[in-house]
Structures are given as C-alpha cells and as structure tokens.
Design a protein around this ligand. Sequence first.
Ligand code: F6P
Length: 333
Amino acid sequence: MRRITLMQYLIEQERQTGWINADLRLLIETVSRACKAISIAIGKGELAGILGSAGSENVQGEAQKKLDVISNEILLEANEWGGHLAAMASEEMDYPHQIPHRFPRGEYLLLFDPLDGSSNIDINMAVGTIFSVLRCPEGVSEPDERAFLQPGTAQVCAGYAVYGPSTLLVLTLGHGVACFTLDRETGSFILTQNEMRIPADTEEFAINASNMRFWEPPVQRYVDELLAGRSGPRGRDFNMRWVAAMVADVHRILIRGGIFMYPRDARDSSKAGKLRLMYEANPMAFIVEQAGGIATNGHARILDIQPTGLHQRVAVILGSKNEVERVTGYHAA
Ligand code: F6P
C-alpha cells in the first residue's frame, strides 16, 4: 500500500481540490512539526525534568504545568517566521501574540490549546494539542482580540494531535476528516484513516459524573436515563468512559462513536461551561460535524455562536448525532 505522508496529502489537496493554498499548507505543516516536537518533549517525561507545575497561572487562573508553557513556546516559535500568519492566540496567553516586525505577515489567524488535558501529564496518560485557523479580517494589520471573534463556521481548518501510545494528527479542511499517525522512525505523519465517520447511534457516553449534583435538569434527566440502562426508558445498557482530556475523549468518539458532555453547571453561574469556545469547542465541533456528528451547547449549534471574548467558555455536548439531538431536545422541552 502506498504510504501517503501529511506533506503529500496536503500537496495533493492543493493541486487537485484547491481546498488549500500554499500558505495554508505551510501553516498545517508547521503546526504538525510543532506537534512532533511536543510529542518528543512529552515522551522524555521525567528524564528531561519537565513534569510538574511551572509555578504560574494562565489567564483562566489555572495552574500551568511546565509542559503547558513548553508546548506554547514550541507552537509560537514554529509559526512566527513563516509569513503565513497575521497573529496567534493561545489558552496560555491573555492577549493575541503579534508576529514580530522582522517577519512577513500572512492572512491567517492561528488559535490553539497547546496542551489539552494537561492534568494527565504527571500520570502518563494521553494529552493533546487543539488548533483552529481563521482568516484575518481585511484591512487589519495588527490583529487584536476583536479580529479573532469570529464564529466557528468561519474556520478554514482545524485539527488536534493526541499524544497517546501513538501520536496522531487529526485534520479537517472542511471536506471530511483525515487521521495521520506519526512514524517515529522516519519522523513523518502518515495517512492512516480517511473520511472518518461517527456512527449516529452509540452506547457510550463521556461526562465527569462527579459534577452530577450541579447539572441542569435536562442533562440530569438524560444521564439518569442512560444510567437506568435496560430497565429504564432507553431499554438498553450504556457504558461510561472519561479520559479527562477532551482530545482523547473526542478521538474515541471519532473512532467508535459516543457522546461527550461538559455541560453548564451550577458551580459558578458566571461561567457558561468549562471548555473554551475559540480553541477547544469550535475546532472540535468543526471536526465532529465534518465526521457526521453534531455539536451543541444544549441550545444552539456551537459553530454558530458569535464569540464575545477570546477566552470565553461554553457548554459542550458533541458526538453521535442521535444522542446529541436527544439531549439537546431535552433542553428545549
Ligand atoms: O481543557 C479542559 C479539560 O482538561 C478537557 O481536556 C477535559 O475534557 C476536561 O478539562 C476535564 O475536566 P475535569 O477535570 O473536570 O474532569
């Protein structure tokens, strides 16, 4: 079988489908190289003294791990000089990162969560990187936060890397979803799954059930019904899985179906949810929809939400179509 590298795949998309141009190709290649570097750093773990806390907090008031800071630096440094970007934004930075004046500017905005699920690092479990690409609005030369506040439907491309037993890169250019596996010997990402599809039905759900007492009634009702199993209204048993790294939970859903929920809850009424819209929910919603799934906040399609802040939070319900529709319907009831 012909091995198709990520670079070949992208060149073919550029030549044959016109879905991407040379700048976007460079952007994706650069992000993939950064993910490779992050994967290598994670693989060294304790041997490189990079586990544990960095002793700082990010804009959300969360303690940063050393690898959060390292991954952020890797992505910034890799993407600064290529001339394909107008600016970058990250979970780990309060404000957008401007491209230094000594480098040319491009037409794209890159957003990322450099290390998703970072509480998994110290226990040697899967973590990931999530990214989203937008176009810089015309006439904007120093993109500030406002330039980034575009709905998820405006994304030109999105993807994530999962650093698990293998390192994978999952990508959508808005025409389906492809998965590449890092060949650690050659250093290339190889196409290992094309046209990924999420089954419409599932018997698997993912939610942090320790928050059950804080959930709103529609989520409470839905999960109660799942837990009741065969003797309940659903008439069948469901299984629960929770990796506590969104990338890994979403990846499982892309492989074998399922529903992932991080709903709004009553712990802090000022927060619409836990996950961040711009660099977690939007790219994942784009990927999930491109694989035939659905993503809502319980009330509306995530990709249609008009963002009001770079770091805003959102409730997330995504995955297999029929289950997401059901629990979204409970919100309307
Ligand atoms: O980025 C937030 C995140 O780490 C997600 O990757 C994950 O799904 C979630 O938080 C886990 O949250 P909790 O610690 O509440 O289970």
